[in-house]
Design a protein around this ligand. Structure first.
Ligand SMILES: *[C@@H]1O[C@H](CO)[C@@H](O)[C@H](O)[C@H]1NC(C)=O
Ligand SMILES: *[C@@H]1O[C@H](CO)[C@@H](O)[C@H](O)[C@H]1NC(C)=O
Length: 392
């Protein structure tokens, strides 16, 4: 894959020498200036992407870019104890009002356009940081393969932001651009791809979905380190036909209820009182992998317009559901927390174990490849039902 991507890149630079391309480039720069003058910030980045050359830009900005319209909030320093908060939480508070960012990479025809989108049965929307190239490659070859299964269409998208640091961002943006050119499956926006910005990623995705794929029947929304048995998912979802074809509420995963913010500073999930005074979270499904209907995705989108960003993405979705009067539910086949598989025990890497599941956290790339292949062995015989999962 990498090889063919590199070949494409070579071709690009060779094509870049032809006079008609130079003319196009000049026209492109003209267009860019026009866009700048007409203040169409959103489109500027796309145009910039097209005209950029294969050599590094002469003046790579040295400070992270925060988008054209959205300035950091100056009132945050008035928040009591602000200076003592960890840096990423300060950042969250400074920028949580920013919900719109320019899109760097798009795939507007992923679902055959808005009108064609009812032809998509299951859309896989996988959150992936720019550096996770290997994970994306394996997912493309295994459970995330775009295909028709049981007569219905599965489509795939990766959702990404940008990395910190201009040099690194320049490199990884190029990587994503190559991947997008080869596979057409990357949505990227110009915001910092960090843990506390995952909600932002989610919200931006919902607005993309509304515009470009409103008819998709179901969505799998998850991380790039899960193993999803998408065959089983389709079977499960097809089993709902008649009662729910994507036009009714569905939101299932590993349900988490009766928990609240972690107030310990050392935790990855630390959420101080300055972010939320509430001591409880609404019920939600763990974010590693959630299956939802198009109906529910739309309800979330509508609520998200009126709910302030919250740093933990899965909790935020729980908030949107609660406001919409919809409940998340548990699906026993989705295991994202509390189990660590494959464990060192041999039997837990038994393909029969994964054949029953819908989704498991967390796999390294080669394990996904091995397992996907194994569960598709034509002569895989699974005898008595194994205990589906084990807690540790
Ligand atoms: C911060 O607090 C000071 C004093 O209460 C007030 O004058 C100022 O307007 C506040 N700043 C912002 C941006 O809200
Ligand atoms: C989220 O992204 C914005 C835009 O890049 C950035 O300014 C902000 O610091 C990020 N927030 C966090 C918590 O990383």
């Amino acid at each position: 894959m990498l090889l063919s991507a590199l070949c494409k890149r070579k071709m690009l630079s060779r094509r870049g020498c032809k006079p008609e391309v130079l003319i196009l480039t000049v026209v492109g720069i003209g267009g860019l200036l026009f866009l700048l003058m007409t203040n169409e910030g959103k489109h500027v980045m796309k145009a910039a992407t097209k005209v950029s050359s294969t050599s590094p830009p002469p003046n790579v900005p040295t400070t992270p870019w925060h988008g054209p319209e959205c300035k950091e909030s100056s009132s945050v320093t008035n928040i009591s104890g602000f200076a003592d908060l960890p840096g990423h939480i300060q950042d969250f508070l400074r920028y949580k009002h920013c919900k719109e960012f320019p899109q760097l990479l798009d795939a507007p025809d992923k679902c055959g356009g808005a009108d064609g989108s009812p032809g998509v049965f299951l859309l896989l929307a996988i959150k992936s940081s720019p550096g996770n190239y290997e994970r994306r490659e394996i997912i493309r070859k295994t459970w995330g393969k775009e295909r028709t299964y049981q007569g219905v269409r599965i489509r795939r998208l990766f959702l990404a932001g940008e990395v910190r640091g201009a040099r690194e961002a320049w490199k990884l943006n190029r990587l994503l651009r190559l991947e997008a050119a080869e596979h057409g499956d990357v949505l990227q926006w110009a915001f910092l791809d960090s843990f506390f910005n995952l909600t932002l990623k989610q919200v931006l995705f919902h607005s993309w979905l509304e515009a470009h794929c409103p008819g998709a029947h179901f969505l799998l929304n998850g991380d790039d380190d899960v193993f999803a048995n998408t065959d089983n998912m389709v079977n499960y979802l097809l089993g709902l036909r008649g009662t729910n074809d994507g036009d009714g509420h569905l939101y299932v995963g590993q349900l988490i209820a009766n928990v609240g913010p972690i107030r310990e500073k050392w935790s990855k999930y630390y959420v101080p009182k300055q972010v939320t005074a509430s001591s409880s979270y609404p019920p939600y499904c763990a974010g590693g992998g959630v299956l939802m209907s198009g109906f529910t995705a739309r309800a979330i989108y509508k609520e998200s317009l009126g709910i302030e960003l919250f740093p933990i993405d899965d909790v935020y979705l729980g908030m949107c559901l609660q406001k919409a009067g919809l409940a998340p539910a548990s699906h026993m086949g989705i295991r994202t927390v509390g189990v660590r598989v494959p464990s060192s025990k041999l039997e837990s890497f038994d393909p029969c174990y994964y054949k029953e599941l819908l989704l498991v956290h967390r796999f390294v790339p080669y394990e996904m490849l091995v397992m996907w292949q194994a569960i598709h062995e034509p002569d895989l015989r699974c005898g008595k039902k194994l205990q589906v999962y084990q807690s540790i």
